[in-house]
Design a protein around this ligand. Sequence first.
Ligand SMILES: C[S@@+](CC[C@H](N)C(=O)[O-])C[C@H]1O[C@@H](n2cnc3c(N)ncnc32)[C@H](O)[C@@H]1O
Length: 189
Amino acid sequence: MSREFLLFSRIARTHGMFKNLHDAGRLDITYECIIASLFLSHGLRKNVIFHSILNGPPNPPIHLQIEGEHLYDVRTDVGTWELILKKVLSNKSHPGITVGKRSFESLLKTKADTKQIFVLEEGGQEIDSRDLPSDSLFVLGDHIGLPKKVENFALRYGKKISLGKTPYLASSCITVLNYLLDRKFKSSS
Ligand SMILES: C[S@@+](CC[C@H](N)C(=O)[O-])C[C@H]1O[C@@H](n2cnc3c(N)ncnc32)[C@H](O)[C@@H]1O
């Protein structure tokens, strides 16, 4: 049973040649979401898988997948992740991370066979953690939010839920979801 997060990033760069994460189509948001999804103090969440679909140039769409169970040789600082993302987006390997050509639609369709899908959006139904199974997949948008077409596609498979009217960072939403699910299932790894 895994808890999964899926960040849709409309402009994130799809090759490892870049100067810094922010200027690489806001890969800094992907970095923040990786940390919020997978890291505990002094440990990794082995039951969490983080996904991002990167839709920026030069080779979209790219599916970045990071599995807490197999990830190692990592720290939380931005320098470490800038190097890792440059490496894996240049087709080099890192334990626990896979990169491949895949669209959001294809990934979500496959995941919907085994996961309950929740789309995070301010205007959704107020979250009730009693309704969240341990093997949920949560879809989040980037700094602009989910494109309407993407949101509508995701809603064919899942339900729109909200953490209230306050617009949070995508990474803050992940922290809140991890907290609620940790409390509900009394385990974080
Ligand atoms: C920085 S926000 C973007 C906010 C932007 N106002 C928008 O159009 O969605 C990034 C993502 O975090 C999630 N999010 C932010 N605040 C939320 C809230 N209060 N409830 C549910 N999801 C939220 C959504 O998935 C959103 O696409």
